[in-house]
Design a protein around this ligand. Structure first.
Ligand code: SF4
Length: 182
């Protein structure tokens, strides 16, 4: 399972359902904007760019945006997850935690710090990876694995999320609500 699925699940489990079973994900403005920003900002020394990591034990794989090499003495690697916008949320922290856990598995050393970089503020924020983050990663991984095609999750109760969601034309939350009223 790709780590980005964890973030998607926290955004809205129903979204993961569509991506998983209907292969419906399409590019929208928010995805294109995010990708362009990724491509423009990732050329600097002292960083490893786009490191692909996989863990059979965790059942996860993914590409770490940037890996900062703090020093040459070991335990000096800090993953950086870059996001568009002016703030980050719990789902972004969970995604970062999952990268730290993958990296731990890969390097066989503890990784308890990561950064979230926001293009909107041009700042990075240090996130200490706690047991809460780690448990959440495992819990959500399990929940996604348990999903079946005949158990579609509910709509999110936050319509603002739907406005930015790339599977909205398949999911049709607004249309369903209108029909339910009738
Ligand atoms: S459109 Fe809304 S309810 Fe449907 S998957 Fe996207 S966020 Fe979830």
């Amino acid at each position: 399972m790709n780590i980005s699925d964890l973030n998607q699940y926290l955004y809205c489990p129903r979204r993961v359902y569509y991506i998983k079973y209907f292969d419906t994900i399409e590019t929208n403005y928010y995805l294109v904007d995010g990708k362009l920003k990724h491509n423009n900002k990732s050329r600097k020394g002292g960083w490893i760019k786009e490191l692909y990591v996989k863990s059979d034990q965790l059942g996860l794989h993914g590409k770490i945006d940037l890996l900062e090499i703090k020093n040459m003495l070991g335990s000096g690697y800090v993953p950086i997850e870059r996001k568009r916008g002016f703030s980050y949320h719990a789902n972004d922290e969970i995604q970062l935690a999952a990268y730290c856990m993958l990296l731990e598995d890969y390097l066989q050393e503890p990784i308890n710090l990561g950064y979230i970089y926001l293009f909107g503020t041009n700042q990075r924020y240090a996130i200490t990876i706690t047991n809460w983050h780690r448990e959440k990663v495992k819990e959500i991984t399990k929940a996604i694995c348990k999903m079946t095609i005949d158990s579609i999750p509910d709509f999110t109760d936050n319509p603002n999320k739907c406005k930015k969601c790339s599977v909205v034309q398949y999911c049709m939350p607004f249309e369903t609500k209108m029909l339910e009223k009738k």
